[in-house]
Design a protein around this ligand. Structure first.
Ligand code: ATP
Length: 466
């Protein structure tokens, strides 16, 4: 994990937020490559689940919704986590996590049992045993809004807006059940302990779908299909599927309205943890919003006007930051390279590496890689090479995300592009301008190099990067 965190900072993927002020409790900024990587994951998700499907439409609702939405959903009264403080060192813990760590017991939801279980147990931070009572904390961020009395909240999940706009979508978009509404956006949770880099933060992004179905429909095959689609998506963006496992919530742990909930867990370097979830939520959300707002949120069957019902919903919910972290963990590779005399795949004149060199490569699938092609002149101080390379860069950047680099020697530029996961590098050398108008194309994974005519480069990359 440390290696990934340090690479992310060194190479402009993810920075600790507000570092010049000493940082801000586990908040992060996505740097230039991280922002692009995040966008590529979002785009892949939107393409797969909205653009390529006839039965799902998109939505972009506000972050601050009417406070009644959260009363109806139960968040105002019940979106709580249990916390406990060590009186000696003042460190705060999430109580259920701490109890599990110290006793192996899962007592989530039972405050008095957790308080009891902690008696005599030592604080992992200071070694003393002096605990406060376990108590709950609502995780919604409160703020104020002119014209509204009382607090308003930053949304703790994106789903709320989807239920609120359910009727608008039905009335305006000719959707027929079964259909889904998808949304990507920020969510905010005042987590008691934010940790594990971008895995658990207080401000994060979700990609959620509410898939509405007829309550009498056979939902189990649909549920299974959704699970497979979720796994398929992760494979497509480069998450190692062998490190993903399904975890079904036990009947006792299910929310009262849920018929089934399955998390996909990923083997992160700090342990197996939730990557995304899929829940059958019955008609809980629409019924609650209908009750609190007074609106009629029933659906009328277009083939039978007498058939009216509140649909049931399947909710595939993805965390974008957790997906990005899983992509980074899956892509991160360290390779010990053979000495140049043994030839090996790296061959050629421009990819010289010392014998003991270990190369770090982010093996992103090309469609997710932040930069697709890097273009270099062999030497920085030869205007003819620089001009030619810039010309190629200008042409390629019309269709691909490209980078021009003339810093340091070519070997160092390759190392840097490997570390940001760029699938291809193009190097312009003296042969390009004096002989054959061809450039060297170097493949990130095999390190093989081949000469390609400059005029053929756009077509070549269209093939390679499709
Ligand atoms: P956890 O048990 O890890 O707190 P959760 O079950 O509360 O997660 P959901 O309410 O199901 O999470 O939210 C859907 C998705 O949003 C999660 O699967 C996860 O990917 C993401 N997510 C939830 N909380 C956070 C967070 N604090 N930081 C980053 N991503 C989060």
């Amino acid at each position: 994990m440390e290696k990934i965190v340090s690479l992310c900072k060194r190479r402009g993927f993810i920075f600790p937020a507000c570092e010049i002020y000493g940082g801000l409790a586990n908040a992060y900024s996505y740097g230039p490559y991280g922002a692009q990587l995040k966008k590529n994951i979002k785009d892949a998700w939107w393409k797969k689940f909205v653009e390529e499907r006839a039965d799902i439409v998109g939505l972009d609702g506000p972050i601050i919704l009417h406070p009644k939405v959260w009363e109806a959903s139960g968040h105002t009264s019940g979106f709580n986590d249990a916390m406990v403080d060590c009186k000696a060192c003042k460190k705060r813990f999430r109580a259920d996590h701490l109890v599990e760590e110290l006793t192996g017991q899962d007592l989530e939801g039972n405050l008095s049992a957790m308080s009891e279980a902690l008696q005599g147990k030592k604080c992992p931070a200071c070694g003393k045993s002096d605990w406060t009572e376990v108590r709950t904390l609502n995780m919604m961020f409160k703020t104020e809004m002119n014209g509204i009395e009382g607090p308003v909240y930053l949304r703790p999940e994106t789903a709320g807006a989807i239920f609120v706009d359910f009727k608008n979508v039905i009335d305006s978009c000719r959707v027929k059940i079964p259909f889904g509404i998808a949304q990507i956006g920020k969510a905010f949770r005042n987590e008691i302990v934010a940790r594990n880099f971008i895995f658990r933060t207080r401000e994060f992004e979700q990609m959620e779908i509410e898939y509405f179905i007829d309550p009498s429909a056979d939902w189990e095959p649909l549920f299974e299909k959704w699970l497979s689609s979720q796994e398929e998506f992760f494979t497509e963006i480069g998450v190692n599927i062998n490190n993903i496992a399904r975890f079904e919530h036990s009947k006792e742990k299910l929310s009262h309205y849920s018929r089934k909930t399955v998390d996909l867990e990923f083997e992160y370097p700090f342990g197996k943890s939730e990557l995304c979830g899929l829940a059958h939520r019955g008609d809980f959300d629409l019924s609650a919003q209908a009750k609190f707002s007074g609106a009629d949120l029933q659906y009328t069957d277009p083939n039978d006007n007498a058939k009216r019902y509140i649909p049931h919903v399947l909710e595939p919910s993805f965390g974008l930051d957790r997906a990005l972290l899983a992509v980074l963990c899956s892509a991160y590779t360290e390779e010990k390279l053979p000495p140049p005399s043994e030839g090996g795949a790296r061959g050629g004149s421009v990819d010289k590496i010392t014998a003991e060199d270990v190369r770090i490569v982010l093996k992103f699938p090309p469609k997710i890689a932040p930069i697709k092609i890097a273009v270099f002149p062999l030497l920085k101080n030869k205007p003819a090479l620089v001009d030619k390379a810039k010309g190629i860069f200008e042409i390629l950047k019309k269709n691909f995300t490209c980078e021009f680099d003339d810093n340091g020697n070519v070997g160092k530029r390759y190392r840097r592009q490997d570390e940001i996961g760029t699938p291809y590098c193009v190097t312009v050398d003296f042969d390009t301008i004096e002989k054959d108008d061809s450039a060297t194309v170097r493949d990130r994974d095999t390190m093989q190099q081949e000469r390609v005519k400059v005029a053929d480069l756009p077509k070549y990359f269209e093939e390679k990067l499709k």
